[in-house]
Ligand binder design. Structure first.
Ligand code: HEM
Length: 136
């Protein structure tokens, strides 16, 4: 029992810190005043954190497959919440990567919009996480 719980718990540690970083990183750049000069540094953190969410989210599923031979049965609400999280994570990862590749030429307003979108994706995924947890 306990090795399996340890794998879930350690995966959850990565997942929780990743969740904090995707939202916290974007909010830090935007608030209390928009800090354009910190954008690239925090975009790397946010990119890495979205990647960690995708990897650790996938590891939850693989752990269930390894120990039980199947993934958990999810209600339709939980399944929708999971789909929202996956879409938000992929969109957040791609948006942060796009900004890092092209963002040097963008004006201040466009960069600010990008971080707002990243923050909104983080908030959406965190909200969906609560529905996944309690409608599973
Ligand atoms: C590929 C994307 C993702 C997958 C496959 C995934 C999958 C999962 C799974 C299987 C759980 C455990 C659910 C349970 O305890 O019943 C979980 C929990 C959680 N996820 Fe994700 N997740 C993903 C992305 C995200 C993102 C982007 C965030 C936030 C920014 C996030 C935040 C959370 C939180 C906070 C929990 C803990 C919920 C709780 O137990 O109260 N996840 N995730």
């Amino acid at each position: 029992m306990w090795p399996e719980n340890l794998v879930y718990a350690l995966t959850q540690v990565v997942h929780n810190f990743g969740a904090a970083a995707v939202l916290g990183g974007a909010v830090f750049v935007l608030w209390p005043a928009f800090k354009l000069e910190d954008g690239r540094t925090f975009a790397w953190l946010i990119l890495f954190a979205w990647g960690a969410q995708i990897a650790s989210g996938g590891l939850f599923g693989l752990t269930s497959l390894y120990y039980y031979g199947k993934t958990p049965d999810l209600s339709s609400i939980a399944m929708a919440a999971l789909a929202i999280k996956v879409i938000a994570a992929i969109a957040g990862f791609l948006l942060a990567a796009f900004y890092l590749v092209r963002g040097r030429e963008w004006d201040r307003v466009r960069v600010q919009r990008t971080f707002r979108a990243l923050a909104a994706l983080g908030a959406t995924a965190l909200t969906a996480a609560a529905f996944l947890r309690w409608f599973s």
